[in-house]
Design a protein around this ligand. Structure first.
Ligand SMILES: [Zn+2]
Ligand SMILES: [Zn+2]
Length: 328
């Protein structure tokens, strides 16, 4: 057990309170503490019943076949997340509908509407990565998970354990993505590997995996799975993380700064300026000073979660953008 049992804190308190049992409110406190203890034991140290029941059904429906779960089923979770998110974004890009969403475009005059002629090339590459390379990656994942002794059975993890594993996965992804991404920006590797991904200076959701297969494996897939392997995470946590990470990278590439969602400004700026902002969260760019131009830009001021429906281009206007429009 990695975390201290939270109920033990209550037991400590109960010992203190028990030394003053003459007071009626102390009795009330003990009753409340008992109820909290039961609640915490039920919700923090064991998985909620509903989660356990749903996962048990999934596990049984796949015939309790661990290899199948780690390979094919995990691949299915990944492609379902990728296609659902990005085909919805593509519909907005091509049709410009619903119209009010165009207010949230990051690079206003780029790919609005998107030229469908650009798509066959994108589809060829992303099909190759998601439907050919990724199954091979998941087969390797399956072998690695057996080697690591990862579980996908009825021993569903508790909520604190899931949150801890997700936090480690986020940090591992940022570290591995930052350094591998910076490596493929080296002139020796850029032209033959990473240039493809940078054909899109104003990205759309689909191009989150529009990359050379080597980049896709080393810089996309490997950072994603590093955390769960390190933590020996349960497969349920790996699925949750896969959905978060893939929908997150689609939003980073979407070209839209939607309300109540992650800000895409940081990675959008990377596609616009190439040699800045190699990470996703930005703490390693801060450490290495690779966010210097970004920090002086309008995009930096706009880089925040939007709590409201006023687009950042309205609340934080860009005078240059305004002057360009006036000149036209
Ligand atoms: Zn990108
Ligand atoms: Zn790059």
């Amino acid at each position: 057990m990695l975390l201290r049992d939270p109920t033990s804190l209550l037991l400590d308190w109960r010992f203190v309170v028990n030394t003053h049992t003459n007071h009626i409110w102390n009795q009330q406190f003990l009753i409340t503490a008992d109820r909290m203890e039961t609640f915490l034991a039920a919700n923090l140290t064991r998985p909620p019943f509903l989660v356990l029941s749903v996962w048990s059904k999934i596990y049984r429906s796949f015939g309790e076949n661990d290899k199948f779960m780690f390979s094919f089923a995990t691949w299915f979770v990944a492609i379902a997340t990728y296609w659902i998110t990005n085909l919805a974004l593509l519909y907005v890009d091509i049709t410009g509908k619903p119209k009010f969403l165009s207010r949230y475009k990051v690079q206003k005059d780029k790919n609005a509407p998107l030229d469908p002629k650009l798509l066959p090339k994108v589809f060829r590459t992303v099909f190759m990565n998601m439907m050919v390379v990724l199954p091979v990656v998941f087969y390797a994942t399956c072998l690695m998970s057996v080697w690591r002794g990862m579980s996908c059975g009825y021993d569903v993890p508790s909520l604190p354990r899931i949150l801890l594993d997700l936090a480690v996965a986020v940090v591992c992804e940022e570290i591995l993505f930052y350094y591998s991404h910076r490596l493929i920006h080296h002139p020796y590797l850029y032209k033959s590997i990473h240039k493809k991904h940078h054909e899109w200076t104003a990205p759309i959701g689909l191009v989150s995996v529009y990359a050379h297969p080597i980049e896709f494996v080393v810089s996309n897939a490997l950072p994603l799975f590093a955390g769960p392997f390190l933590m020996k995470s349960h497969l349920m946590t790996l699925w949750i993380w896969t959905v978060i990470a893939l929908s997150g990278t689609s939003i980073h590439h979407s070209g839209y700064h939607f309300p109540f969602m992650l800000s895409p400004e940081f990675h959008d700026f990377h596609h616009l300026k190439f040699n800045y902002n190699y990470g996703l969260l930005g703490f390693l760019d801060r450490l290495h000073g690779t966010d210097s131009l970004f920090r002086k830009s309008k995009a930096f001021k706009r880089h925040k979660v939007l709590f409201g429906f006023t687009p950042v281009s309205v609340s934080i206007p860009d005078e240059n953008e305004f002057n360009r429009k006036k000149a036209h």
